[in-house]
Ligand binder design. Structure first.
Ligand SMILES: Cc1cc2nc3c(=O)[nH]c(=O)nc-3n(C[C@H](O)[C@H](O)[C@H](O)COP(=O)(O)O)c2cc1C
Length: 364
């Protein structure tokens, strides 16, 4: 099944492999995407990666999360992104723009003197207490996301993915731990999900009904067992997935974790098949609840596990991040029977602010 085509959001994709969004630390300081970023995506496309999701692009400088992160907050970026998209489209791969706002994980700078979030709940790893967004700021942010979707379409991206995972703004809104609002964007599950629906509605006015909008969704905030009360977890995240799928989201990538919960989102101890695909129970429940394709990410490393995930109904597509840093040609290698397990050891040394690369010494 790994090499069977799939219809994803109305587009034909030639296999089941997705390169999950991966920040590169390679944009210009103002967010302009560079040729180096294009080099990475072109290499993935040349090596038959079915879908390539870009690193997270910030929709407003007030929501920038990291140095040298790519931006999509201004029309001036459209042309540079179009060049990157064209390089990918020389091959069969599809390319998706991930758009994000840092929320309580915003990097404090002259552009973002304070972090914005649904509620003023201190982020303990950074020691930052964000400002509770005013109604005006929420409405402006909805506009920022909608305009980013429009720019994605204008640049030729096959789809846009809203980053609703990992403790960034949209993930802050859906979590009862970080969203204590009492207005129309807080309270019940539906109200906490509403900002995402508002973004989609606003974006639809600009890009029409058919342009594909996907989400990367936190299925759990990832706090340790015993301290999950009043945080986001199943079954509530399944409910959120249903609301999104019923309101025009055409594919859901299932992830989890936040920095504060302990960096569960990129685990380091994946040394057995049992430890692979660590959010698979969530993706199975979500797949049973929605009728849009479900993409699973998080610690997927071996061909047997990949096949099992597809065959046993855990997911429709297999998404990976770190393995593609170590082996951009892993899809072709699996296809040709050259490897059964990717070589990535999940050490996280690729998380390199001088520019992403595999820094593990394989001794070869
Ligand atoms: C260096 C690095 C950068 C990442 N950047 C992003 C990002 O921009 N957007 C996102 O949704 N996830 C990001 N992630 C998380 C990955 O997409 C993925 O969810 C996580 O690494 C687990 O998958 P893996 O085990 O295949 O690496 C990043 C991960 C790493 C290691």
């Amino acid at each position: 099944m790994l090499f069977e085509p799939i219809s994803l959001c109305g587009m034909e994709v030639s296999n089941r492999f997705v390169r999950s969004a991966t920040h590169e630390w390679m944009a210009e300081p103002d967010g302009t995407p560079t040729e180096k970023i294009g080099d990475i995506y072109e290499e993935l496309a040349r090596n038959e990666t079915g879908v390539i999701i870009t690193g997270y692009a910030y929709v407003n400088p007030k929501g920038k999360s990291d140095h040298l992160q790519q931006g999509i907050y201004d029309d001036r970026f459209i042309e540079d992104y179009r060049k990157i998209v064209d390089r990918v489209h020389k091959y069969k791969s599809r390319i998706v723009l991930q758009i994000a706002h840092g929320g309580r994980q915003t990097m404090i700078s002259s552009e973002a003197p304070y972090a914005l979030a649904p509620s003023a709940i201190t982020e303990k790893t950074m020691g930052i207490t964000p400002e509770e967004m005013t109604e005006k700021e929420v409405l402006e942010t909805i506009d920022d996301f909608a305009n980013a979707v429009r720019r994605g379409k204008e640049a030729g991206f096959d789809a846009v993915q809203l980053h609703c995972a990992h403790g960034f703004l949209l993930s802050n809104f859906i979590s009862p731990y970080t969203n204590r609002r009492k207005d129309r964007w807080g309270g019940s599950t539906e109200k906490r999900t509403r900002i995402i629906l508002d973004i989609i509605e606003k974006a639809r006015e600009m890009v029409g009904n058919n342009y594909p909008i996907m989400v990367k969704l936190n299925a759990t905030d990832g706090y340790p067992e015993g301290s999950r009360k009043n945080t986001l977890d199943a079954p509530e995240s399944i409910e959120i997935a249903k609301i999104l799928a019923e309101n025009g989201v055409c594919a859901i990538e299932v992830s989890g974790g936040t920095a504060e919960a302990g960096d569960e989102l990129f685990r380091t101890d994946i040394d057995s098949q049992e430890k692979e695909a660590y959010y698979k129970q969530y993706s199975k429940m979500i797949k049973e609840a929605v009728d849009v394709p479900v993409i699973l990410v998080g610690g997927i490393r071996s061909k047997v596990v990949m096949e099992m995930l597809l065959e046993e109904g855990y997911a429709d597509m297999i998404s990976m991040s770190r393995p593609f840093v170590a082996e951009p040609d892993l899809v072709v290698k699996i296809k040709n029977g050259e490897i059964d397990v990717v070589k990535c050891v999940s050490c996280n040394l690729c998380s390199d602010s001088s520019g992403i690369k595999c820094n593990y010494d394989f001794g070869d």
